[in-house]
Design a protein around this ligand. Structure first.
Ligand SMILES: [Zn+2]
Length: 138
């Protein structure tokens, strides 16, 4: 069921399991140490878009972006959006609040995210998707 939020964006009530995108993602693109939350509608630049929250798997420690080792958590940064491959020309975003970890070698570092490189706002999958199209067009 579509429910309008106070900001006029829509969400899908998850009780009815409106969107199975979560299960699709789990089968095609599992993220080690993370779990997908249910997909829901949101508005992005005046267009309907889909957002999927990603949470750390319970008990999983963040991986240091410097050396890749799992380290104790330090704190959590504000939520960021990562653009994923669009579905039927609808933008898809992963939403995640990156953790910082206290690495014995590198110090306080943002965690390494399996779906994006460095400070990129694109998921690696979307970057590859783009690269594929660019090759096809030339
Ligand atoms: Zn490190």
């Amino acid at each position: 069921m579509l429910v309008m939020r106070t900001d006029k964006s829509f969400i899908i009530r998850n009780k009815e399991n409106g969107m199975q995108i979560k299960s699709i993602l789990n089968s095609i693109e599992k993220q080690q140490g993370f779990v997908y939350d249910s997909a829901r509608w949101c508005m992005h630049a005046g267009q309907r878009a889909i957002e999927i929250a990603i949470h750390p798997r319970k008990g999983s420690r963040p991986a240091c972006s410097g050396c890749g080792k799992r380290c104790p958590g330090y704190d959590t940064l504000p939520t960021r959006r990562f653009e994923f491959v669009p579905l039927w020309n609808i933008k898809v975003f992963f939403v995640h609040a990156p953790r910082r970890c206290n690495c014995p070698r590198c110090g306080i570092k943002v965690e390494r995210l399996p779906w994006a490189k460095g400070k990129s706002h694109l998921t690696t999958s979307y970057a590859w998707f783009f690269a594929g199209w660019a090759r096809r067009l030339t």
